[in-house]
Ligand binder design. Structure first.
Ligand SMILES: Nc1ncnc2c1ncn2[C@@H]1O[C@H](COP(=O)(O)OP(=O)(O)OP(=O)(O)O)[C@@H](O)[C@H]1O
Ligand SMILES: [Mg+2]
Length: 462
C-alpha cells in the first residue's frame, strides 16, 4: 500500500487530476502545486515553490487568502467562490475548498482544491444573453452594449498608431480582418472600434471566444441547431444568424478544430449557413473579424490554422504590439488609468512617484495593457498614499523586476557563464510553460533533442 502512495506516485496522481491542487506549509509557503493549478493560474511551478502565497498572486493578502485563513483557524472552508488576478493580469473565477492538513493533532499545512469556472460563468452569461435576444426581451439594436471606440485606444507608439490607422481605413470596408497579438494588447478594443465605425454599427456585434467551448458545442453555437439533431437539441439560431447585418468577432479562431475551420471557410466563401441537422440553407450577411494571440503564419506551420482559412482571413492583418515594446506607453497608460479609477472609486490619487514608474517601465508585462490596468485599479481602490509609490506595487511584480535586474547586472560582465545559465534556465522554463510541461513538445519548441533537454532539466534542478 505504502509503495503505491509514495511521494512520486502521489505527484503523478495529482498531476492527472482536472482540478487545481495547491499545498502550503504552516508558514504559508507553497510546497506543492499540480499541473492543472499552474495552468489555471499562469504560474511557473519551480519559480513559485517555496514562495509565500501572497508573493505569487498580485492581489492576495492575509485577509483574503483562504489558505492563510485555514492555517490561522484550523477549520475547512468549502465551496468558496474566489475571483482573482493571475500574474498575467487574467481575471479568474474558481470554486475552492480548503482543508487543514493535520499530523497527530498538529497542523502541518493546508491544501486547496480549485475548480476553474471562468469559462463556464462566461458561457452561462452568454446563454442567458442569447436566450433573451431570441425571446425578444432584449433588442440587439436598441439595447446595445457600450463598445470601445478608436479614441479609447491610448498609445503614443508608432506601431500602435499605424495599426489604428489601418483599422480605421478598413473599418467601413466589408472585408475580413485578422487581428493578432499577445493577450491584453487591445485586440478586442480594435475590433469593437472597427464595428462602431462601420455601416454595420446599428446592428449586432457578437464576440465568441472559440477556445472557450468544445468543438461540438461551438459548432451549434455558431451555426444553430434543429430539433432532434442530437439529444435535447432545439430549433435555435446560431451566432451567424443572430449577427446578421452586423459583425461576428471570432476570437482565438486558431483553437477551432480543422473540421470546423473548413465549415467556417465555406460560410465565408458563399455566405450561406445550415443549422446542425437541418436541410435548409439560409443566407447571412455577416462580417467576420478574427483574432488570435499567436503569429498566424506560425499557427499555419504548427497545424493549428488551415492554410486556406488563413488566406481568406488574412486579406488585411493587423498586429497589436506588446506593451514592453512600446516606449512611453507605460507612463501614458498609467496616468490614463489613474484618472479612470480615481473617477470610478471617488479617489484623488495624484500620479505616481518616479521610482514606482521606473519599476513599471522595467517590468516585462506578460499580460500587457490589461495587466497594467488591473494593477492600477487594485492600487487605487485600496492605497492610503496620495501618490502611487513602489510600496503599493504587487510583491510579485517587484520580485520579477528584481530578478531581471539581477540578471542584467550579471550580464554586465561580472559572471557571464552564470548569466548564460540563468538565461538558459529561464528560456527552458518558458518553453515548458508554453507546452504545459510536455518534455517532447518543449524539446521540439527549443529545437534540441529530448535527451539534451532532460539533461538540462537535471542540471538546473527543474
Ligand atoms: N491601448 C489601450 N488603451 C486603453 N486601454 C487598453 C488599451 N489596450 C488594452 N486596454 C485595456 O485592456 C483590456 C484588454 O484589452 P483587450 O480585451 O482588447 O485585449 P485582447 O488583446 O483582446 O486580449 P486577449 O487575447 O486576452 O483576449 C481592455 O478591456 C482595455 O480596458
Ligand atoms: Mg480578446
Amino acid at each position: 500500500m505504502n509503495q503505491i502512495f509514495n511521494r512520486k506516485n502521489m505527484k503523478i496522481i495529482f498531476n492527472h487530476i482536472d482540478d487545481g491542487i495547491q499545498i502550503v506549509n504552516t508558514k504559508g509557503e507553497l510546497v506543492f502545486c499540480n499541473r492543472k493549478s499552474a495552468i489555471i493560474d499562469d504560474i511557473n511551478i519551480p519559480d513559485s515553490l517555496g514562495k509565500h502565497i501572497t508573493n505569487i498572486y498580485p492581489n492576495l493578502t492575509k485577509k483574503n487568502s483562504t489558505l492563510l485563513k485555514v492555517l490561522e483557524k484550523g477549520v475547512p472552508i468549502t465551496d468558496n467562490e474566489q475571483n482573482y488576478l493571475t500574474y498575467k493580469g487574467k481575471k479568474i473565477c474558481t470554486i475552492n475548498s480548503t482543508f487543514p492538513i493535520m499530523d497527530n493533532d498538529y497542523l502541518i499545512g493546508a491544501v486547496e482544491i480549485s475548480k476553474n469556472i471562468t469559462d463556464v460563468k462566461a458561457l452561462s452569461n452568454k446563454v442567458v444573453d442569447l436566450q433573451s435576444i431570441v425571446q425578444g426581451k432584449k433588442d440587439v439594436k436598441n439595447e446595445k452594449m457600450k463598445l470601445f471606440d478608436f479614441d479609447d485606444i491610448i498609445s503614443n507608439d508608432e506601431e500602435v498608431i499605424r495599426a489604428k490607422d489601418l483599422a480605421k481605413r478598413v473599418a467601413n470596408v466589408d472585408i475580413n480582418v485578422l487581428v493578432y497579438g499577445n493577450t491584453g494588447t487591445g485586440k478586442e478594443l480594435l475590433v469593437q472600434s472597427m464595428h462602431l465605425r462601420s455601416k454595420r454599427s446599428n446592428n449586432a456585434f457578437i464576440a465568441q471566444n472559440c477556445a472557450a467551448l468544445p468543438a461540438n458545442l461551438l459548432e451549434g453555437i455558431l451555426f444553430g441547431t434543429t430539433k432532434g439533431s442530437f439529444t435535447g437539441a432545439i430549433d435555435r439560431p446560431g451566432l451567424f444568424e443572430l449577427a446578421d447585418k452586423g459583425t461576428l468577432f471570432l476570437d482565438e479562431v486558431n483553437s477551432m478544430s480543422f473540421e470546423l475551420q473548413a465549415k467556417l471557410l465555406r460560410v465565408l466563401q458563399n455566405g450561406y449557413i445550415r443549422r446542425i441537422g437541418g436541410t435548409d440553407v439560409r443566407k447571412v450577411d455577416v462580417r467576420v473579424i478574427a483574432a488570435m494571440n499567436k503569429e498566424p503564419m506560425e499557427e499555419v506551420k504548427n497545424n493549428h490554422l488551415r492554410v486556406d482559412l488563413y488566406y481568406r482571413l488574412n486579406t488585411i492583418s493587423i498586429k497589436m504590439t506588446d506593451l514592453k515594446d512600446r516606449k512611453g506607453d507605460v507612463e501614458l497608460l498609467t496616468k490614463t488609468f489613474i484618472k479612470k479609477f480615481n473617477d470610478k472609486f471617488y479617489r484623488n490619487i495624484n500620479g505616481i512617484t518616479e521610482n514606482a514608474l521606473e519599476i513599471l517601465n522595467d517590468y516585462c508585462w506578460p499580460g500587457n495593457v490589461r495587466e497594467l490596468e488591473n494593477i492600477i485599479e487594485g492600487i487605487i481602490s485600496i492605497t492610503d498614499n496620495d501618490k502611487i509609490t513602489a510600496n503599493d506595487l504587487p510583491k510579485s511584480l517587484l520580485n520579477k523586476v528584481q530578478e531581471r535586474t539581477k540578471i542584467e547586472k550579471i550580464d554586465g560582465g561580472i559572471d557571464l557563464k552564470n548569466a548564460i545559465n540563468k538565461f538558459e534556465k529561464e528560456y527552458i522554463l518558458n518553453a515548458l510553460e508554453e507546452t504545459q510541461w510536455n518534455i517532447t513538445k518543449a524539446s521540439k519548441l527549443l529545437s534540441i533533442p529530448r535527451q539534451t533537454l532532460q539533461y538540462k532539466l537535471k542540471k538546473y534542478k527543474i
